[in-house]
Design a protein around this ligand. Structure first.
Ligand SMILES: C[S@@+](CC[C@H](N)C(=O)[O-])C[C@H]1O[C@@H](n2cnc3c(N)ncnc32)[C@H](O)[C@@H]1O
Length: 244
């Protein structure tokens, strides 16, 4: 009986949470704006605000959109650029967007993407959040690592990368590691990203793969880095050789 009561009160409290989420959602300024502008998600505003601050992409560039569903980032960039978009989920067609459905951790998908060269890589990829902040942080860190690996194969020298991540125990280490590959590297929390959400975005400008090339040629070059960064770089080289 006690168990039943506990279950009942749990389900009532989760119903209340769902209702609160729904009310907040329909009253949200960015949700209303995305409907008005026929954008597929309020996430579009995060990219627009990041681009306004950092000028990530320009007319006629080639863009890779990782984790594209339902498609609002692709909608925004495809107004000016050609886009290749990837997601586990289906994305209904958008003009100027070539969509590939699949998992970017899959070698076949990786090989399909590697036929292209991009000026900009965008990653709004995120795991299905469990609510366990640390577990979600670890999962998104793995997706961030794959986005960097893909950058090493397909991002042009001096290209730009925007990727979503979550705050967590290794965020500072991730930041110190990813910044090694860019001339400029920033953490950004756009206004449209909810304050209560642990998401933030890395914005890297001026990509270079020289570091990877250097280490592939001479592993002794690793030694100038702190041990934890060395471990990250060693893993990157292992993945690089595996997908090469
Ligand atoms: C926050 S949503 C992206 C929203 C999108 N930027 C938009 O504006 O409509 C995150 C997406 O990442 C995708 N995703 C997560 N892991 C992935 C993976 N391994 N390969 C491809 N897509 C992935 C999910 O399927 C989900 O659709």
């Amino acid at each position: 009986m006690l168990k039943f009561r506990q279950l009942y009160s749990l389900s009532v409290s989760s119903q209340k949470k769902t209702k609160r989420w729904y009310l907040e959602h329909i009253n949200d300024f960015y949700v209303k704006e995305s409907k008005r502008l026929q954008l597929r998600s309020r996430a579009a505003f995060k990219l627009m605000q990041i681009n306004e601050k950092y000028q990530i992409y320009k007319q006629n560039q080639q863009i890779l959109d990782l984790g594209a569903a339902p498609g609002s980032w692709s909608q925004v960039v495809s107004e000016k650029c050609n886009v290749v978009a990837i997601d586990l989920l289906e994305v209904s067609p958008i003009q100027n967007v070539k969509f590939i459905q699949g998992d970017i951790m899959d070698k076949q998908i990786m090989n399909q993407i590697r036929q292209f060269k991009f000026d900009v890589i965008l990653s709004d990829m995120a795991p299905n959040v469990s609510g366990e902040h640390e577990a979600d942080h670890q999962e998104i860190s793995a997706l961030n690592q794959i986005a960097l690996l893909l950058s090493s194969f397909t991002l042009k020298t001096n290209g730009n990368l925007v990727m979503k991540t979550f705050v967590g125990s290794e965020e500072k280490l991730n930041y110190d590691y990813f910044r090694l590959f860019f001339k400029e590297f920033h953490r950004e929390k756009p206004l449209s990203s909810k304050q209560e959400s642990s998401e933030l975005f890395y914005v890297g400008k001026g990509f270079s793969s020289d570091l990877i090339r250097d280490i592939l040629q001479n592993t002794e070059k690793l030694q100038i880095y702190p041990i934890k960064i060395q471990d990250r770089l060693k893993n990157l080289i292992i993945d690089y050789k595996m997908f090469e």
